[in-house]
Write a protein that binds this ligand. Structure first.
Ligand SMILES: NC(=O)c1ccc[n+]([C@@H]2O[C@H](COP(=O)([O-])OP(=O)(O)OC[C@H]3O[C@@H](n4cnc5c(N)ncnc54)[C@H](OP(=O)(O)O)[C@@H]3O)[C@@H](O)[C@H]2O)c1
Length: 363
């Protein structure tokens, strides 16, 4: 164990940083030692709001050089993640990396090379792995409650519109890239997570076939799921609002995953798992271990059905990561693992061009 607390630099002082800060403040082995952002005003505002008496920076290189930084929490928008990660690796820092980790397959390889070369630890914020229902279902799967898993289905269903502050950039092909990359990667990661039998294991995708579709096109009519209302003169989504992929895993499990940015409903994250001795439908289970079962058994755990970051289990993720660093262990959700999730996103895009299944890992 280290003698001093692990020092954390929060980089990118927006919405998600509030939860990274909260989680690190509550971890007894870590302390936030600096905050940086594109603008000094945002960094200082975030530090003040979080009651952090720490130096603030609008220069990332200077922030990385600040004494006592062991971990960088990369909370910037996705188009700067790759450069942020490569710089932090170069400075020998461990990293929490927000999803998606980058924009292109080329960036994936560059980040992997930089992290391998630096020998630093990473965790990628596929934070649902720490959701209480997900944890319960994985434990039950590992204990054989559903037998051998052979099929999994997950979906990210949330209308993407200007009710969300990140929409002006996230809706563009240049910045958001695709619905699977922007947010649907959570569903792909959940698919991999539930397709593996082990409690702390995600399955390896070996083939992907996908379609893109939906009805939004260049419509400027916007829905707001928070107020259940519509308005005109919105900015259109520049990429397809619906993507659906079939994924074959190396363990033989088949997966079906979608992202739906067009659905007129509140946020939902459906999960279905099928094994040869039981099934899961969200928080309802059917299992050979539940004797004389006559109806679905409902699990009382917190479900993943919220897009609000304050509902996400960042505490579990950060506690896990600090533990990994202190005990010199790799996270099950490190960059190497997250690359497999992102490769499904990029394989789907290749399918739209070639109309053929794509083998993974990508070349
Ligand atoms: N894991 C999850 O469930 C989850 C949930 C929400 C978001 N996220 C991810 O977290 C990331 C950030 O999302 P957010 O909602 O927090 O975004 P946000 O509220 O827009 O905040 C992003 C912050 O990054 C700063 N920034 C922008 N460009 C920068 C640059 N070039 N260099 C340094 N700082 C820069 C901005 O700073 P200034 O204010 O100084 O301009 C802004 O405060 C995204 O990748 C998103 O997908 C993940």
């Amino acid at each position: 164990m280290s003698e001093r607390k692990l020092g954390v630099l929060i980089h990118g002082a927006g919405w998600v940083s509030t939860q990274h800060i909260d989680a690190f403040k509550k971890n007894a082995d870590a302390e936030i030692v600096a905050v940086s952002s594109r603008t000094m005003a945002s960094a200082e505002k975030r530090a003040t709001e979080a009651e952090l008496d720490v130096p603030c920076f609008d220069d990332y290189e200077q922030a990385l050089a600040h004494p006592g930084v062991d971990i960088v929490s990369v909370c910037t928008p996705q188009h700067v993640h790759a450069e942020n990660v490569i710089a932090a690796a170069g400075a020998g820092k461990h990293m929490v990396i927000e999803k998606p980790v980058c924009q292109t397959p080329g960036e994936l390889s560059a980040m992997r090379d930089a992290v391998r070369q630096a020998g630093v630890k990473t965790v990628v914020s596929f934070v649902l792995r720490w959701n209480p229902l997900f944890q319960k279902l994985k434990r039950m799967t590992a204990e054989g409650a559903f037998g051998e898993i052979y099929c999994v289905e997950t979906d990210y269903q949330s209308y993407c519109g200007d009710w969300w502050g990140g929409y002006p950039e996230g809706r563009t092909r240049d910045m958001g890239v695709s619905a699977f990359l922007l947010a649907g990667c959570h569903a792909i990661d959940a698919l991999r997570w539930f397709a593996a039998q082990g409690e702390f294991e995600a399955a390896d995708p070996v083939e992907v076939f996908a379609y893109e579709g939906g009805k939004r096109g260049d419509s400027t009519t916007m829905y707001d799921p928070l107020t259940n209302s519509w308005h005109e003169d919105g900015l259109p989504l520049e990429y397809a609002g619906l993507e659906m992929a079939l994924v074959r895993f190396s363990n033989g499990v088949l997966g079906k995953v979608s992202v739906n940015f067009e659905c007129i409903q509140p946020y939902a994250f459906p999960v279905e798992i099928f094994g040869d001795k039981g099934s899961v439908k969200n928080n309802r289970v059917w299992s050979h271990t539940l004797l004389d079962q006559e109806d679905w058994e409902e699990l009382p755990d917190i479900r993943p059905d919220s897009s609000d970051v304050s509902h996400h289990p960042f505490q579990g993720e950060m506690d896990h990561f600090v533990n990994c660093i202190l005990n010199d262990r790799e996270s099950h959700c490190n960059l190497e693992d997250a690359i497999k999730t992102h490769e499904v996103v990029f394989a789907a895009q290749e399918c739209y061009r070639t109309k053929r299944p794509v083998s993974l890992p990508l070349g």
